[in-house]
Design a protein around this ligand. Structure first.
Ligand code: BG6
Length: 487
């Protein structure tokens, strides 16, 4: 069993992610009894704070954001393991001082010198921090493990991602590099492989003979809020499709791996992304729809948001039809959509099966295709729709549902993605992290679309805040006699 003892060094220690997600996750791991005994967090930031100031702020953060209620006894066990270190991480000199400081913490908490370097800073600093750590020899400690965790975005196209990747793996090697895609930490994403491969019921039907189409939706009610600066340079294609949506697609479409080894699983996932049909400029026009929300009643339009250009062409919505060109999936469209300022927050995957070909009940217009719905959030569960005779009628057929709602059951309080992911970094399990070839394959696909967009100016805004996106997204399926199934 791997030794989980370690010091976690968080760059961006006063940032939002650390406040809302990382420190609450650490606290929740302690509640669950999963936090190693020999463990410390060193939060690095530019502000002038004492350990005490910092702990007090994080205490408030846990109150606001932790899934378990703050319990003083548990907090007391956690708080003395949290430190704040003021440091300008862009200054290479400063790392000379960081080295002995971290050694001191290692000794005090008996961590054996194992470390996690968590980069929760703006992406332009990723490469620089890693190089500075290396130059100061901070990560060169014999007989220890040294791992780096990189938040998204991992580059903004294939070229910049490659450049960043080279810098990182030069210092940490691929096996010690943990690229976060927080969707992979969600319970139901981890469940997709189990549902598919631990049941005889689905896998034999999981192909183009029986499946008509797959719909993957992740919609949000929120807009860009205070993240306009980042989002302007990103847009929904880079922000959601390149990462979360393609990860979801690869889990749905992958072949059965021969074992559960992290690399075997990721080998299968990356094959799917590599098999995505490349779209020509003409095909991008036909198969990809982009949108941007406009004002509606009291709701601001995207162009009115903070740090967003008044004539911004950044997309806040994307719907597209993807095709996986392999024997299993040839001819099956994967419709993917994601958007901000939608009527509802929901992430789900709908597998729509074909209708029986030689239908006995062909006169029955109520006959609906079977659908299997994997609900990721906010509801977690699996739902199956099939046809049955309506009681009391002679032969009226109606769709019925079998529901497994995972988080409706009392006492189920699913761990948050970051708890699972941090724990996995400590254990050295990279299954739920994006490997470099997955990241590069997704960029390749997404870059092709973004490139084609450059020659075609969008007419924005084209959907009202609080609605289901531009009309063209409906046409996308309409033209093929299909429709988006309700999420
Ligand atoms: C992030 C994106 O990766 O995922 C955000 O940068 C988005 O723009 C968020 O809001 C959605 O995550 P979740 O877990 O709320 O679905």
């Amino acid at each position: 069993i791997e030794d989980l003892s370690c010091t976690m060094v968080v760059f961006g220690g006063t940032g939002d992610l650390t406040h809302r997600k990382l420190i609450p996750a650490i606290y929740n791991l302690e509640v669950e009894g999963l936090l190693p005994k020999n463990f410390a967090v060193v939060a690095i930031g530019r502000r002038d704070l004492t350990d005490e100031d910092y702990r007090n702020k994080k205490y408030e953060g846990i109150k606001d954001f932790s899934r378990f209620k703050l319990d003083e006894a548990i907090w007391n066990k956690v708080k003395d393991r949290i430190y704040y270190k003021k440091l300008d991480f862009t200054n290479a000199e400063a790392y000379n001082e960081l080295a002995p400081y971290l050694k001191g913490i290692d000794t005090k908490h008996n961590t054996g010198g194992n470390r996690i370097y968590y980069l929760a800073v703006a992406p332009e600093f990723f490469g620089n921090i890693v190089e500075n750590l290396d130059r100061a020899g901070i990560n060169h400690i014999k007989n220890t493990w040294q791992r780096v965790v990189i938040e998204k975005p991992f580059g903004r196209n294939l070229e910049s991602a490659e450049e960043l990747n080279t810098k990182i793996v030069n210092v940490f090697k691929e096996e010690n590099t943990y690229r976060i895609d927080h969707y992979l930490g969600k319970e139901m994403l981890q469940n997709i492989m189990v549902i598919r491969f631990a049941n005889m019921l689905f896998e034999p039907l999981w192909n183009n003979r029986y499946i008509d189409n797959v719909q993957i939706t992740s919609c949000e009610t929120v807009g860009v809020g205070s993240r306009g600066g980042y989002y302007e340079k990103s847009g929904a294609m880079r922000d959601m499709i390149q990462s979360h949506m393609l990860q979801l697609l690869s889990l749905i479409a992958m072949d059965k791996p021969s074992n559960l080894d992290p690399n075997t699983i990721r080998d299968e996932k990356v094959k799917v992304i590599n098999a995505l049909k490349e779209l020509s400029e003409e095909e991008v026009k036909e198969n990809v729809v982009r949108g941007q929300y406009g004002a509606n009643n009291n709701e601001k339009g995207y162009r009115e948001e903070e740090r967003v250009a008044k004539d911004s062409e950044t997309e806040t919505y994307v719907a597209l039809k993807a095709e996986v060109e392999n024997a299993r999936w040839a001819g099956v469209p994967f419709y993917i959509r994601t958007g901000k300022k939608m009527p509802k927050k929901s992430t789900e995957v709908i597998i729509q099966f074909k209708l029986e070909e030689d239908r006995l009940y062909f006169n029955e217009d109520e006959l609906l295709p079977n659908t299997l719905v994997i609900r990721v959030q906010p509801m977690e569960g699996v739902f199956l729709q099939f046809n049955a005779k309506e009681p009391g009628t002679r032969k009226k057929i109606a769709p019925v549902h079998m529901d497994f709602c995972q988080n409706c059951q009392v006492g189920i309080n699913s761990p948050e993605a970051y708890e699972r992911l941090l724990y996995d970094v400590m254990r050295g399990d990279a299954t739920l992290f994006a490997r470099w070839d997955e990241v590069s394959a997704s960029w390749k696909y997404v870059d092709g679309i973004i490139e084609a967009w450059k020659n075609d100016r969008p007419q924005f805004p084209n959907y009202k805040s609080g609605t289901w996106g531009p009309k063209e997204a409906l046409d996308l399926l309409d033209e093929e006699d299909r429709k988006w199934l309700e999420v």
